[in-house]
Write a protein that binds this ligand. Sequence first.
Ligand SMILES: NC(=O)C1=CN([C@@H]2O[C@H](COP(=O)(O)OP(=O)(O)OC[C@H]3O[C@@H](n4cnc5c(N)ncnc54)[C@H](OP(=O)(O)O)[C@@H]3O)[C@@H](O)[C@H]2O)C=CC1
Ligand SMILES: CC(=O)N[C@@H](CCC(=O)OP(=O)(O)O)C(=O)O
Length: 345
Amino acid sequence: MIRVAIVGASGYTGVELLRLLENHPGVQVSCVTAGQNAGEEISTLFPSLIERISLRCEETDVALVADRADFVFTALPHQTAMAVVPGFLDAGKKVVDLSADYRLQNVAEYEAWYQKHSSPHLLAEAVYGLPEISRKQVATARLVANPGCYPTSVALALAPLLREGLVDLDSLIIDSKSGTSGAGRSAKVGSLFCEVNEGFKAYSVGNHRHTPEIEQTLSALAGRKVLVNFTPHLLPVNRGILSTCYANLGKAASTAELLELYRDHYRQEFFVRVLGEGNLPNVAYVRGSNFCDIGLVSDPRTGRVIVVSAIDNLVKGAAGQAVQNMNLMLGFDEKAGLTALPLFP
Ligand SMILES: NC(=O)C1=CN([C@@H]2O[C@H](COP(=O)(O)OP(=O)(O)OC[C@H]3O[C@@H](n4cnc5c(N)ncnc54)[C@H](OP(=O)(O)O)[C@@H]3O)[C@@H](O)[C@H]2O)C=CC1
Ligand SMILES: CC(=O)N[C@@H](CCC(=O)OP(=O)(O)O)C(=O)O
């Protein structure tokens, strides 16, 4: 059994890692850490774990964690992650970082959208861990930057069109909606029940920090710089991201032809489910799973294709994708621990 640490286990992605890894045949969670909850029993913080997982949350101390684990997940807020990730690498550990700290390859871009980077030398080494796009690089990586939830849903929705050069790259518009767990477990007025329930709003319009991450991936797929309009919305549900992506087709193509292209593209991908004509994704049908469901419609009236994708932000958008990356990095079956069907209804 490989010993695994979850640094930042008292958050939403941390507890999701615990849930998924409990069913993993080759690893055992040997150490969990927290910030203000250090010292607490993890099943007290999350009664969902009672009688199955009993671990004391340690201080987030690099030497202690490195001593107790062979592999590390960092599930910390950005900026906090970069304070510890270099220490784990120096101690010879492989790391999947769930924060945004190592996702952007360009330091200036990171510092423009986030804050000063304390280990910019690692940005060139870190592999952006979207296995359906960068599987080979993930398998040999020491540090994987686990993609953001919105960028995962967008990259998988648009990759076939961009790789095949079928759309006008200056026409991309992305409209995404996320459940509230995307904002994490820490107390914030904007996440309170009365602020979210029965409401629906756009936020960070024109300036959300996932914009450069989305553009980085789409540019690599397209082979040239791509800019997008990306508008996130807050949905009054616990989990789920639905992204609706609009693009002008270079030349006319029917819904059936485009779906055939998507099916070809993702034929080998267990976690991407391309829906049949007339069917469109719904966050309710991926909840709790590592699936990304994709559907599309070609609109001959406007010459646009509209691609819709759905993921669970905490699974394919965070902890599930992190486990998928770990599986590749450690040579396990990529699906290990991740084959559960979605929770429905
Ligand atoms: N939620 C989501 O859907 C997604 C989240 N992510 C990213 O994953 C990371 C974790 O997210 P999430 O689990 O939602 O966040 P939470 O806010 O739910 O949890 C954050 C975790 O980090 C710990 N922490 C915070 N500050 C410190 C500190 N200074 N020192 C040590 N530990 C600290 C917290 O401990 P404590 O509470 O005990 O202080 C908690 O365990 C973030 O970078 C987030 O952006 C990525 C994709 C999707
Ligand atoms: C609903 C909500 O607030 N979502 C978060 C994004 C989710 C996330 O955690 O993304 P990172 O990993 O890049 O931090 C947001 O908009 O900031």
